[in-house]
Design a protein around this ligand. Structure first.
Ligand code: ADP
Ligand code: MG
Length: 318
C-alpha cells in the first residue's frame, strides 16, 4: 500500500484555466519527488491543493490510509499534518531565529531540537533576526522548523530559486541528507532540472496541468520523449532537423556528446569558449542557430570549426 495516494485531482480557475487535470500519483514513505515544469503549468496549485490552501474541483488525497480529502471529507490545512515551504519569507521577521524555531517545538522532544540545531550549523545564528542572516541560512532554519513539526508530507515550492548557484547546491545536498535521515516524504516543485536531478528519487514533468512523465533523471535524460521535456533538460541542443539535411520538419535533440569537433562536413563559428574544470564549453553558431558542446582544448572565439554529428544518436521527439 503506498504511503500517499493522490487520485484524479482536477482544478480549473474561473471555469476555464486548467491548473490540474486528472492528476493521480502514488508515493512511498521516504520518497523524494520533484515536480518540474514551465512557469504557469500548475505546480504551485497542485501543492496548494495537497496542503489545503486551495480547493480542488474533484479528487482524493489519502495519507497513510487516512483521507485528507475526498468527496465526503475535507480536512482544513491546519488539520492536515503537511508542511509547505516557499521560496522565501517563511520565517517571522519580528522573531529571532531561536524564537522562530521554538514556536514549532510544542511538545516535541528537546533532544531532537538540540540535535537538529547542532547538525545544521545554525547554533551561532539563534539570537539573530531573519534579516540578519543570508537567504541560504534562512532556508536552513525554515527546514529545521519544518522537521520539528514532524509532518507526514513536506511540500517545497521552489525553495532554492532565490539563491546563488553555490548556496543552492550546498543547500540541496543538506536538504536531501536531512530529509533522507528522517525518512520524510517530500515533493519539491521547481522549474530547474538541476534541482530535480540533484535532489529527487523520481521526477514528474508537468505541462498545462497534466503529469506527462514519471521517471528518474537518468531515464529522462536518456530518452526525452518530446520537445517540451527536451527544453526543460537544458543540457541538450534543440535544433531544426533540416539544419542537418534530415527529412523532418520538426526540431530534434542533440546531446553535446553527439557532436564531434575533430572534423566533419559542417562548418560553424566559435561564439564563445568557456573554461570549466577540465574542459571547455564551446558555443558554436551554425546557419543562424546556436549549439553547444564540450572540448578538451581551448578554441578561440571567431575561429571557424568543422564538426560532424552522430546521426544514430539524434533524439527524435514524438
Ligand atoms: P506554476 O506554479 O507552475 O507556475 P500555478 O499553479 O501558479 O503555476 O498556476 C497555474 C495556472 O493557474 C496559471 O495559468 C495561473 O495564471 C493560474 N492561476 C494560479 N492561481 C490562480 C488564481 N488564484 N486565480 C486564477 N488563476 C490562477
Ligand atoms: Mg509556482
Amino acid at each position: 500500500m503506498p504511503y500517499i495516494e493522490i487520485k484524479n485531482i482536477d482544478k480549473k480557475y474561473n471555469k476555464k484555466v486548467i491548473a490540474c487535470n486528472n492528476i493521480s500519483l502514488k508515493i512511498e514513505k521516504g520518497e523524494i519527488i520533484a515536480l518540474i515544469g514551465e512557469s504557469g503549468c500548475g505546480k504551485s496549485t497542485f501543492l496548494k491543493i495537497l496542503s489545503g490552501f486551495e480547493f480542488p474541483d474533484k479528487g482524493e488525497l489519502k495519507i497513510n490510509n487516512h483521507f485528507a480529502f475526498n468527496s465526503n471529507t475535507y480536512k482544513k490545512a491546519e488539520e492536515r499534518n503537511i508542511s509547505i515551504l516557499f521560496q522565501e519569507h517563511s520565517l517571522f521577521p519580528h522573531l529571532t531565529i531561536k524564537q522562530n524555531l521554538e514556536l514549532a517545538i510544542k511538545n516535541k522532544d528537546r533532544n531532537y531540537y538540540n540535535d537538529l540545531i547542532k547538525i545544521s550549523s545554525v547554533e551561532d545564528l539563534l539570537e539573530r533576526y531573519p534579516h540578519e542572516i543570508s537567504g541560504g541560512q534562512q532556508q536552513r532554519v525554515a527546514l529545521i522548523r519544518t522537521l520539528l513539526l514532524n509532518p507526514d508530507l513536506i511540500l517545497l515550492d521552489e525553495p532554492f530559486s532565490s539563491l546563488d548557484e553555490f548556496t543552492k547546491s550546498n543547500l540541496r545536498t543538506y536538504f536531501k541528507r536531512t530529509l533522507k535521515e528522517n525518512n520524510l516524504t517530500t515533493i519539491l516543485v521547481t522549474h530547474d532540472i538541476t534541482d530535480a536531478a540533484e535532489f529527487a528519487d523520481r521526477i514528474l514533468v508537468m505541462q498545462e496541468g497534466n503529469i506527462i512523465s514519471d521517471s528518474n533523471y537518468e531515464e529522462l535524460y536518456q530518452n526525452p520523449k518530446n520537445e517540451y521535456i527536451g527544453s526543460l533538460l537544458k543540457n541538450i541542443n534543440i535544433l531544426p532537423a533540416k539544419l542537418f539535411d534530415l527529412q523532418n520538419q520538426k526540431n530534434m535533440g542533440l546531446k553535446p556528446s553527439s557532436i564531434d569537433l575533430t572534423e566533419g562536413k559542417y562548418q560553424g563559428t566559435v561564439l564563445n569558449c568557456i573554461p570549466l574544470f577540465n574542459s571547455y564549453k564551446i558555443l558554436i553558431e551554425y546557419k543562424n542557430n546556436q549549439l553547444f558542446t564540450f572540448s578538451e582544448k581551448f578554441i578561440p572565439s571567431n575561429d571557424l570549426i568543422n564538426f560532424s554529428i552522430k546521426l544514430d544518436e539524434i533524439i527524435h521527439f514524438e
